[in-house]
Design a protein around this ligand. Sequence first.
Ligand code: HEC
Length: 291
Amino acid sequence: MRWAPRDADPVATFARVPTECLAPPRDPASALSVEVGRAAFRTPVLLGGQAGRAGLTCETCHKAGRGNPSFLFPGVSGPPGTADVTDSLFSSHRGDGIDNPKPIPDLSAAKAKLKIAQAPAEHRLEPFIHGLITEEFDGPEPSKAVLAGLADYVRALNTAACPAAATEPVTVGYYLADARRALQAAKGEVAAGDAPTAILMIASARSRLGLIDERFAGPALSAERRQVRAADRRLAQAQDALRARHPDVPAALDAWLRDSRGLEARLAAKAPASLFDPRRLTQAARRRLPG
Ligand code: HEC
């Protein structure tokens, strides 16, 4: 809410998201790469720096890989829906001292409409994304698999794959589905022996739990928040186990994935009392204090 105009329609802006236009490749290795990119796109840990600390992800600006007409970040946006990605607030490398916000592009637009050529042979997309992460957003050097994954994810965004509905509701299930996909990608990277990438994938799942947690605000939902945080702790332990080269991480992730079904049912049952409920969300948006 802090990154949207005060008069933004709460339901359209926070209770619904655009649908994702993703055409996943068939062969398993490319499909895994796209899923790695999809998860990396959805965690602030990728960006690090000021942007990461603020909780910004690629997906904050490119919602579901698309645009974000209500994005308004003080000092970074001009009119809503724009961002100056050469702004010194985020970047110690690229801050150009010039205020030049640009509209946030829909990455699933027709490829011909986009500025950066995506054909692998042109070698433009990976360097562009690398520059975004390490210079524009001051993030740490991404692993090879993460950089390739992000480029493959952007390439797999495709207007032709847009679902019939333009938007969908934000629910507990929506975020947990993302978390599960990130953990499947983590398992794929564990199998490939790439622990750093697997750790980032788990971070992405944890970021999605964070978005659930913030909508379960308030004393009446403390029991549910405890469950979300317990689920998060298990994922933090899986990250530690990967760092310590424990062999049993895939089994721990499988157990988490199984248990996430029960967690989803319990949280969904309480969702009407949370900020997943459009009416409560609207009331909360109205209560926002200046500043
Ligand atoms: C603060 C908002 C913001 C964030 C965060 C952000 N972007 Fe962007 N992105 C933009 C804007 C604005 C442009 C258009 C820049 C221009 O026109 O010069 C853009 C352009 C792009 C393009 C080029 C589109 C084209 O026309 O070819 C790609 C690809 C892209 N972003 C991917 C990413 C990825 C991957 C991340 C995460 C590492 C990311 N973006 C994070 C705002 C953002």
